[in-house]
Design a protein around this ligand. Structure first.
Ligand code: FES
Length: 80
């Protein structure tokens, strides 16, 4: 069992998961549907989030272990 800690505009929460899900799909399962203009092909970067402080397209992130995710609408997203 692994956990992502998700920072959103509404606060911080945690999601437990098994295996190696794709981040954008896991977030969508919990109602956090990110823009996905290119159909999750890793081209448009509309789904960009911060993963452990690194800007990445969520559709290209296959989770392995605990991570901290900051969504674009979170005030924490713009902290340098
Ligand atoms: S949906 Fe286009 S890069 Fe993720």
């Amino acid at each position: 069992m692994s956990v992502i800690t998700v920072h959103t505009a509404k606060g911080v929460g945690q999601i437990e998961f098994e295996g190696n899900p794709i981040l954008i799909e896991l977030l969508a399962m919990y109602g956090m549907v990110l823009p996905h203009s290119c159909g999750c092909n890793g081209v448009c970067h509309a789904c960009n989030v911060l993963v452990n402080g690194q800007l990445m397209p969520a559709c290209q992130v296959r989770l392995r272990g605990d991570r901290t995710i900051i969504l674009p609408e979170s005030p924490d997203f713009y902290i340098p």
